[in-house]
Design a protein around this ligand. Structure first.
Ligand code: ATP
Ligand code: MG
Length: 473
């Protein structure tokens, strides 16, 4: 059976689902016996006789029906969910039932510190792992109410989330850096317009949280900002502060320490050797067995599971996250970006994340993506695409060049001239996946005049077109 609706809503406009669903079913080898549809009154639907049923008619009839629990083994799959497709073709993550419940229940206590009877607000989408774990299962297992919000953080204005916090006395909130960067372009007064006294902390995950963004939201809200690092594959945080276990200080730019249950290691990418000293840069890996809640396998592809995740280090079975990191002397990790995102400029290995962090410190830059582009002379050069906080300050070529020169200076000072991007171009929006992750691989491909590959996970094709127009001579 498939449960769906007539439409969803995006930026105030209905997005009809039913035609998409009918098309998907027509492509599918295994057709559902029944389709249950919620009619939200947003878009007309053609019902298929004998297959499609309207929820409204059935609800009244079954309202008082008691449905017994279906008992399953702890290892029974609870769902499959695809990764975001940031680095390539999405991978189908299969998760168990019992271990996942245990992991989520414990994390609600030890990481998010949410209590029964309170309200949790995750701004994610239930189509993504954060939504599965922390809109639905985690809060409900913990006996909390949960808010499912459909829409943009800027409609009707940039204060909508904070008005919900006030209205429902939210105690724990979970969002993503990409959303905070959107708010950064709005009036900061909206952050203090509402009574946020119920809110204890804002958790952020999904991509690197750069220091300027963390500082901006932390100062604006006057609340602790807790970065946590994880993957669709793990289902819950690998790195975080576990304030429910022991109070720890946040360090801006760091998602914290290894969470209980994860034996996190940093490995040399060439030799696989463990790096034990402070501030050594390696691949973030987890020694098996993974804790409860993590993926069981790649859906219908055990071989891909083993080959993709466990065999990247020669001669050793260890789970690779494919992210770079360092660990400081206090045990705090810093994620330096994806192993794919390292570029080689005239023999120097540079993380694009480090360059982005440096550029993002400019007061008029809201967000930026840096990619490596092939260069005949230097091997690769860095290219930056930035979104402005105040576009009115850059109106012509001269003001764009002046700003570009300011950015060059920042990078030179932080990282040295070798890290200076060949160009900094200004755009109104960056190409992202539907979960808000920057599609650097697509940007790099367009810059090199290559085919950008699988774009099915991309949100807004106009964003990539903008870059194409800029870089095509
Ligand atoms: P795909 O695996 O399909 O390429 P994806 O890796 O973006 O897509 P997700 O599972 O949604 O799919 O994202 C996990 C990745 O997001 C991590 O591996 C890491 O690169 C990044 N990430 C998540 N949280 C953080 C964080 N707090 N700090 C830095 N990076 C993060
Ligand atoms: Mg991934």
């Amino acid at each position: 059976m498939i449960v769906s609706a007539d439409a969803g809503s995006r930026g105030g406009k209905p997005v009809p689902y039913k035609p998409l669903l009918d098309e998907a079913i027509s492509l599918s080898k295994y057709k559902p016996e029944a389709v249950l549809l919620v009619d939200r009154g947003m878009s007309a639907m053609n019902l298929v006789a004998g297959r499609d049923q309207l929820w409204g008619n059935l609800r009244e009839k079954h309202l008082r029906t008691v449905v017994p629990c279906e008992w399953v083994d702890a290892t029974h799959p609870s769902y499959t969910l695809y990764t975001s497709g940031t680095t390539g073709k999405p991978k189908g993550v299969q998760r168990d039932t019992g271990g996942y419940c245990v992991a989520l229940a414990a994390s609600m206590k030890h990481i998010y510190a949410g209590n029964a009877g309170e309200t949790y607000f995750s701004t994610s989408d239930i189509g993504w792992v954060v939504g599965h774990s922390y809109i639905i299962y985690g809060p409900l297992i913990a006996g909390m109410a949960t808010i499912m919000y459909e829409g943009l953080p800027t409609r009707p204005d940039g204060g909508i989330w904070w008005s919900l916090v006030e209205k429902y006395k939210v105690t724990v909130m979970f969002s993503a850096p990409t959303a905070v960067r959107v708010l950064k372009k709005q009036d900061p007064a909206l952050l203090t317009k509402y009574d946020l006294s119920s809110l204890r902390a804002l958790f952020l995950a999904g991509e690197p949280l750069d220091e300027p963004t963390a500082q901006w939201i932390s100062a604006g809200l006057g609340k602790p900002i807790i970065d946590n690092y994880w993957q669709t594959e793990t289902g819950w945080p690998i790195l975080s502060l576990c304030n429910g276990v022991e109070q720890a200080k946040s360090k801006f730019g760091s998602p914290g320490k290894a969470v209980y249950g994860y034996d996190v290691k940093l490995l040399d990418d060439q030799t696989g050797e463990e790096l034990v000293g402070p501030n050594q840069k390696g691949v973030v890996a987890v020694e098996g067995p993974l804790p409860p809640g993590c993926m069981q396998t790649v859906w219908r592809d055990d071989e891909r599971f083993v080959n993709t995740y466990w065999k990247s280090v020669p001669g050793k079975l260890v789970y690779s996250t494919f992210d770079w990191g360092i660990r400081d002397a206090d045990g705090y990790y810093f994620i330096l970006g994806r192993t794919d995102d390292v570029i080689n400029v005239a023999g120097h290995r540079l993380g694009t994340r480090e360059i982005e962090e440096s550029i993002a410190a400019h007061p008029n830059i809201a967000e930026v993506a840096v990619v490596g582009v092939a260069d005949q002379l230097k091997g690769q050069v860095a290219m930056a695409f930035a979104v402005l906080k105040n576009p009115a300050l850059v109106t012509d070529d001269a003001s764009a060049l002046a700003l570009e020169a300011e950015v060059f200076k920042l990078v030179d000072k932080d990282l040295g001239a070798v890290a200076r991007p060949a160009r900094v171009r200004f755009v109104t929006v960056l190409p992202k996946t539907r979960s808000g992750k920057c599609l650097r691989r697509a940007i790099a491909a367009v810059c090199e005049g290559r085919d950008p590959g699988d774009l099915t996970t991309m949100d807004d094709p106009a964003a990539l077109q903008q870059i194409k127009d800029l870089v095509t001579p």
